[in-house]
Design a protein around this ligand. Structure first.
Ligand code: PLP
Length: 392
């Protein structure tokens, strides 16, 4: 076995993702005064560009933070102590968002679902119809659950809320979908969209942001949870926005470049590329599954299969960490299973700066790693992906 480290590392984690050369070069620039007109041009372009990616013409607030910071902003700005939110169970990330809400003094009720199925719009509608006193103030839904490789029907959830004539705010985490899978904040009636820089936007971790509807902005004027660093009322101070401290100018140099890349390719083409890569990956996994002896797709709902990340369920009695370890020896990094899925699944991140040779290299290397680690599987996964891609 080759355990050397020649050649390029293959990075297929579902975040952070590969950072394109163009972005890396743009970030390797001297510092700039963030009030200088040259920087203000970059700042304004980034602000407007990110709103185009979110498909919103309402409001946007950007924070120097991880995605957790944007989650926190989504809670502290619109709720008051003791408010009730309804969290659509999707996996590790819906649990984390709910836990955070509770830590901040909000009550979080989970609408339960199996992680390989997700909550239906009908279940949401039924729960909201039962809430005749409109105690629920927010519905929290992770658009793309990175832990399970499932994309949830946010537009369908909005329809369910409207059908139930329920006034709660719709909040959607778009951290592992934005810039990879279509997300339409205004059309889908999302009141708070939560995003981060390190996935489809192809940047390092370090910027969190929230798209904010006029309705959510109005709610923020009444909300009484303590807040300072992430307070929209402060951030509204300057155009395009104020910052809670020094502006992270290098993150904006990178964002400026990645938004140009997305706009040059065209957002719809970016989504089409991710759809192709998602399907090619799934074809490979299905081929590895063989007659049932090999790994299989974790997500069990065909029209919810994610085009940015695939969670692969290991055959009974085999440890996903052994496979990940074997892959690492070949310089291929894959995502692991989180909490209750630890050891049971591995995750292939196929989002961001990616082309066919990279994807096929990763799929072939997963097959190689399965052989070395003695994981039962049928061969032919990479061939299945090639056959599909060649026809597209
Ligand atoms: N939400 C989703 C769907 C995620 O995938 C992640 C991170 O992977 C987060 C939230 C948290 O983001 P961060 O790790 O940047 O705080």
């Amino acid at each position: 076995m080759n355990t050397a480290r020649q050649g390029r590392p293959f990075f297929f984690n579902p975040g952070p993702t590969n950072i394109p050369e163009r972005v890396l070069k743009a970030m390797a620039s001297p510092s700039m005064d963030f009030f200088a007109p040259e920087f203000m041009d970059i700042h304004r372009y980034c602000h407007a560009g990110l709103m185009r990616v979110l498909k919103t013409e309402q409001r946007l607030f950007i924070y120097p933070s991880t995605g957790h910071g944007a989650w926190e902003a989504s809670i502290v700005n619109v709720f008051s102590p003791g408010d009730l939110v309804l969290v659509m169970e999707s996996g590790f990330f819906s649990e984390r968002w709910a836990t955070m809400a509770e830590h901040l003094g909000v009550r979080a009720e989970t609408l339960p679902a199996d992680w390989d199925q997700g909550v239906t719009a009908e279940a949401l509608q039924a729960r909201l119809e039962a809430d005749t006193g409109h105690e629920i103030k927010g519905v929290l839904a992770v658009h793309n659950e990175t832990a399970t490789g499932m994309t949830h029907p946010v537009a369908g959830y909005r329809k369910a809320m409207d059908a139930a004539k329920h006034p709660a705010l719709l909040m959607s985490d778009t951290i592992s979908s934005l810039g990879s899978i279509d997300f339409r904040m205004d059309e889908w009636g999302v009141d708070v969209a939560v995003g981060g820089s390190q996935k489809g936007l192809m940047l390092p971790t370090g910027l969190g942001f929230t798209g904010v509807s006029e309705k959510a902005l109005a709610a923020s004027k009444q909300a009484t949870l303590p807040r300072k660093y992430l307070d929209w009322r402060t951030l509204e101070g300057r155009e395009p926005q104020d910052f809670p401290g020094t502006v992270p100018v290098h993150m904006f140099f990178g964002l400026n470049e990645s938004l140009h890349m997305l706009e040059e390719e065209g957002l719809e083409q970016v989504f089409a590329r991710h759809t192709r890569f998602g399907e090619a990956t799934r074809r490979a996994v299905k081929a590895w599954g063989g007659a049932g002896e090999g790994p299989r797709l974790f997500c069990q709902v065909p029209d919810r299969l994610s085009n940015s990340v695939t969670a692969v369920l290991m055959p009974e009695g085999h440890d996903a960490e052994a496979l990940r370890k074997a892959a690492t020896r070949y310089n291929l990094s894959l995502g692991g299973g989180l909490t209750r899925l630890a050891g049971k699944v591995f995750r292939i991140g196929h989002l961001g700066d990616l082309n066919e040779p990279m994807l096929l290299g990763a799929l072939s290397t997963i097959e190689l790693a399965m052989r070395t680690a003695g994981i039962p599987h049928a061969s032919g996964g990479a061939e299945a992906a090639i056959a599909y891609l060649a026809d597209m």
